[in-house]
Design a protein around this ligand. Sequence first.
Ligand SMILES: [Zn+2]
Length: 138
Amino acid sequence: MTDYKHCHLILECAKCSVLNYMDPFSYWNFTGKTKCAGCDSVYAVTYSNGQRIKGPDAAEGKPDRLPGFAQTKDFKTQYTSPDKVSPPAYARDPANKHGPTYKNVRGNLVAAGKLTAADLQGSRARFIVEGTPYKPSS
Ligand SMILES: [Zn+2]
């Protein structure tokens, strides 16, 4: 079978060979403990700029962060339950389908109006909004 031990952001468990994906970006600069989704072994790891600096070393205790996704090497078993993997980091609440809703000059609700800098927290377009102050109509 293929060996993934050289891959920085794929943590291959030494005990059960489950592939734990240290993804998304929230793992790129991370120091702490994580848990194998297959056998619940705890590993101490250190990542810097998406590169694994240290580990995986066997550790004890409670994991700081769970892997983003995990699967077996034959790709037939996936681990998606919240006790095994962590939910993805969203820039916006996924239940919120569009941007902010506000009232126009006639008093009607308008969906998906202009975004403020706070709405774009963590997004790439934020720098476009910064420097151009926006005042909502309501
Ligand atoms: Zn394991």
